[in-house]
Design a protein around this ligand. Structure first.
Ligand SMILES: Cc1ncc(COP(=O)(O)O)c(C=O)c1O
Length: 375
């Protein structure tokens, strides 16, 4: 049985040839290809860009470069990949979980206000699935309390929010280019900002804190005699990864179009369904990364997942509430919306290589399993 994967890297000859070109040059580290990828991304966002070896590294460095450290608190939604939490705790700060909005699974502005303390230094909204609902309200709250915003935009590459591209406005936005994201560089990520200080600091932090080494690396050199002022990490992107990213960036419109189309077909299939609820999204503007439905009036979401798996359909749950992890433990009672929605969410396969036949098959199987009495 051929399994329909939940997500997948969509790679063609273009990416393969680009990697071979770098391999043939015999210079695989951070060099001119990273510089070119950063320049193209900078044009895409009309802002400064720093490339790193993962989205997690981008978040960690952006937080550190913003001065977040021990004894600080950063507010982050309960429903996100643990990368958001680990990036915050890597700076020594405490991630403070915030409940989500049932309408869109994003940070609840009402609960956000309740979570602000004297120790709060920043807010990290997460653009779960690719949309950025409530972002205006979150920026207003940040302005009122003078807090920084580090957007976890790992899922939202290419999304338009109120006529502007995510990353092209606001404080700091961090993207991920891991294998299954809207565009991939194999592994990778970037920080997008207009804050010169954050930009310069981030460039040093990613290269073990060595000051002003980036420009030399772009030319295939490095600093032999230099200074190190701050804690740094070995987080820079390599030319191999940047070459994949550049090839993907050229295909971005096509990849995004395919993702949007899949979501729209699913939406139509589940429209007005009594048991399968969709999240209403405007796919004209949103570049979707994940497709989530809510399975309501059914207690056995996990059994449904097992049955779909027997039919060769992979599904997922985005995500396990972070306050349930031992490291980030908090009282579930404080998160009524997350507690409710976590039992219902189900992610369906969504990636540009899917065929119409597969989408129809998944929709049919899901609907038929739900209407069978044994569920
Ligand atoms: C919401 C979110 N934040 C951050 C990350 C981290 O990105 P990366 O895997 O590139 O480190 C991911 C990756 O899946 C993510 O989904």
């Amino acid at each position: 049985m051929k399994v329909i994967r939940l997500s997948k890297s969509c790679i063609s000859k273009k990416e393969k040839n680009a990697v071979i070109k770098v391999l043939n040059k015999g210079f695989l580290g951070m060099g001119p290809v990273v510089k070119k990828f950063e320049a193209k991304l900078s044009k895409f966002f009309s802002r400064k860009v720093v490339c790193l070896n993962s989205g997690t590294a981008a978040l960690h460095v952006a937080l550190q470069a913003s001065g977040i450290s021990k004894n600080d608190e950063v507010i982050v939604p309960s429903l996100t990949y643990v990368a958001s939490y680990q990036a915050i705790s890597a700076t020594g700060a405490k991630p403070v979980a915030c409940d989500i909005d049932l309408e869109n699974l994003h940070m609840c502005p009402h609960d956000l206000k309740k979570k602000i303390t004297k120790k709060t230094k920043a807010i990290m909204p997460v653009h779960l699935t690719g949309s950025a609902d409530n972002l205006d309200k979150i920026y207003l709250i940040a302005k009122k309390y003078k807090l920084r915003i580090i957007e976890d935009a790992a899922h939202a590459f290419g999304t338009i929010y109120k006529k502007r591209k995510i990353g092209s406005f606001g404080d700091i936005s961090c993207f991920s280019f891991d294998g299954i994201k809207n565009i991939t560089s194999g592994e990778g990520g970037c920080i997008v900002t207009n804050d010169k200080r954050v930009f310069n600091k981030s460039r040093d932090i990613r290269l073990l804190g060595i000051t002003n080494d980036s420009e030399k690396r772009y030319l295939g050199h490095r600093s032999w005699i230099s200074d190190v002022k701050d804690q740094g990490w070995r987080y820079h992107m390599s030319d191999i990864n940047a070459s994949i990213g550049l090839a993907q960036l050229q295909k971005y419109n096509l990849l995004s179009k395919k993702r949007k189309k899949i979501c729209k077909i699913y939406d139509k299939e589940f429209k007005d369904n009594k048991y399968i609820k969709i999240f209403k999204k405007n796919y004209k503007d949103i570049s979707p990364h994940i497709y989530i439905v809510r399975i309501v009036n059914l207690k056995k979401r996990d059994l449904l997942r097992k049955k779909l798996s027997l039919k060769g359909i992979q599904t997922g749950i985005h995500y396990f509430p972070n306050y349930k992890y031992r490291k980030f433990k908090d009282t579930p009672k404080k998160f009524p919306n997350t507690e409710k929605i976590f039992k219902q969410i189900l992610s369906l396969p969504m990636h540009p290589d899917m065929t119409l036949k597969q989408i129809k098959f998944i929709s049919r199987e899901l609907k038929s399993l739900i209407y069978k009495n044994d569920l």
